[in-house]
Design a protein around this ligand. Structure first.
Ligand code: RVP
Length: 499
């Protein structure tokens, strides 16, 4: 006979937090959102923590290198989508790891034999007024000089004048040596009143430029998620089919953490994938998705460093309709958290849980954390921003961004849904859609984080760990849901509801 779960499967919208005493110390500035990403032993520290509990979904429409850099700058992590060729995915990882906060690879370069006309053409094309002059005109050639708009006068100088005649020659250029830290570079910039400092190696070849304005931007991001070499931390999605080829390439490219991306992770395929990675590499690996204690324990006993929870709750996901499998996201998180806490009591090993999919309102994030998730993964949320890799289009009077599921015909990510068999998508488990364009990631994240911190203060918690301990959560009836929104008033047009 089948096993029945007679408690209904619940979503986040069916719960609310009940405030606790807010002490005077409990202010948003005192709240830390630091959270573990990978498992650790009691009394020890996790090898990787996030500074904010946000990860962006392993999806073509969400997580490329651009999103990964932008999110790591704010303290979270992206998992670069795996539904692309191994080489393309590794290249995206390399781009993130090669990106040094504040250090940029010069994008405007010429040789001394070019002319003033070439400088002006380049300036018009790139918008940059600083041009690096290198022996071969490349971004990594031997540095021979620098040209800025202070080096020429368009009204006096002939356009045919060669760069060598008016550039600031290398002998007069102030530069930094390879390996210099950003704050040392900044000291030189201030000492010599520069706008731009070239960084060269021992062969005088150009490596980076450091701009005064980029240093300022860096200073504004104290939560940046950096590794020991001051590169941004980045994750990557893998599947349980081509991992023996994909994982070595991603590790070689410098990936910090992997996640097996699957709609149903309670499988022997995942166990084999985790065991292969653990036996051959020193890289962290998360697994999922699961929705119950059995699935969680199976993956943890297979060696997973974190476990992702959620089936069928994603905004673009139609798995529940197509196949009749899944579980309300809140119910899934609550059961897996209970199993995780028991596992921790028995073994002293804490396994972080990621609540993946189904976040619609910002308060759903706070609820997921209060229920015991350590971080959330979101697709729709991030797809709305400038930094997502999809097209921004105008539909009627509104701007939208494209957003499609990994199980849609557009993504053709059959590996994510495969249960053994043909190498193709037999039917769709996701849709192709639009989401309202919402502007920049930083701006939106600031607002969301502001709400989470404020709610945590209402609950009397200044850390996620404390929130998980002290939270009081109530189920809401469908009639009290109506009471929660604006009701029984005539809304003015300006009172557009916010996320
Ligand atoms: P959401 O944040 O609600 O947009 O959900 C994103 C999640 O949905 C992803 O992290 C993934 O688990 C799931 N997903 C991605 N593609 C599909 C699909 O096509 N069914 N589902």
């Amino acid at each position: 006979m089948a096993t029945y779960y007679l408690e209904p499967s619940r979503t986040f919208s069916e719960f609310l937090l009940i405030p606790n005493l807010t002490t005077k110390e409990c202010t948003p500035t005192n709240v830390s959102l630091k959270t573990p990403l990978v498992k650790f032993r009691q009394g020890e520290k996790p090898a990787i923590s996030l500074n904010i509990p946000f990860s962006s979904a392993v999806m073509q429409a969400v997580s490329d290198h651009g999103m990964a850099i932008a999110l790591a700058r704010c303290g979270g992590i992206s998992f670069i989508f795996g539904s692309q060729s191994i080489e393309e995915e590794a290249e995206m990882i390399r781009k993130v790891k090669g990106y040094k906060a504040g250090f940029v690879i010069s994008r405007s370069n010429l040789t001394p034999d070019h002319t003033l006309q070439d400088v002006l053409n380049l300036k018009e094309k790139t918008g940059h007024s600083t041009v690096a002059i290198t022996e071969d005109g490349t971004a990594s050639g031997r540095l021979l000089g620098i040209v800025t708009s202070r080096d020429y006068r368009i009204s006096r100088d002939p356009l045919t004048k060669t760069v060598r005649e008016f550039m600031t020659p290398f002998s007069a250029v102030i530069y930094g040596q390879s390996g210099i830290t950003l704050s040392e570079a900044n000291n030189l910039i201030w000492e010599h009143k520069l706008n731009c400092l070239p960084i060269i190696n021992e062969r005088q070849c150009l490596e980076y430029l450091v701009f005064r304005k980029d240093y300022d931007a860096h200073k504004e991001n104290p939560l940046e998620l950096l590794d020991g070499n001051k590169s941004y931390i980045v994750g990557a999605g893998i599947n349980s089919k081509d991992y023996t080829d994909r994982v070595p390439a991603l590790v070689e490219a410098g990936v910090d953490v992997l996640v097996i991306d699957s709609s149903d992770g309670y499988s022997e395929w995942q166990r084999e994938t985790i065991q292969y990675v653990k036996a051959n590499f020193d890289v962290k690996i998360g697994a999922g998705n699961v929705v119950d204690r059995e699935g969680f324990l199976y993956l943890v006993e297979s060696g997973a460093d974190f476990v992702k929870v959620g089936i069928g709750g994603g905004s673009i996901c139609i798995t529940r309709e197509q196949k009749g499998i899944g579980r309300g996201q809140a119910s899934a998180v609550m059961e897996v958290v209970e199993a995780r806490d028991q596992y921790f009591k028995e073994t002293g090993i804490y396994v972080p849980i990621c609540s993946d999919g189904g976040i619609v309102h910002d308060y759903h994030i706070t609820l997921a954390l209060a229920m015991g998730a350590d971080f959330v993964m979101m697709g729709r949320y991030f797809a709305r921003f400038d930094e997502s890799p999809t097209r921004k289009l105008r539909v009627g009077n509104n701007f939208v961004k494209e957003f499609w599921g990994e199980g849609s015909n557009r993504a053709r990510n059959w590996q994510r849904y495969d249960t053994g068999g043909k190498s193709s998508l037999l039917f769709e488990e996701g849709v192709d859609s639009y989401v309202p364009y919402a502007g920049s990631l930083q701006e939106n994240l600031d607002k969301t984080i502001g709400k989470i911190k404020s709610t945590m203060c209402n609950c009397g918690a200044t850390s996620i760990e404390e929130l998980q301990r002290v939270a009081r959560i109530t189920v809401v009836s469908s009639t009290s849901l109506v009471e929660g929104g604006a009701h029984d008033v005539i809304l003015k047009e300006s009172s557009l509801s916010e996320e």
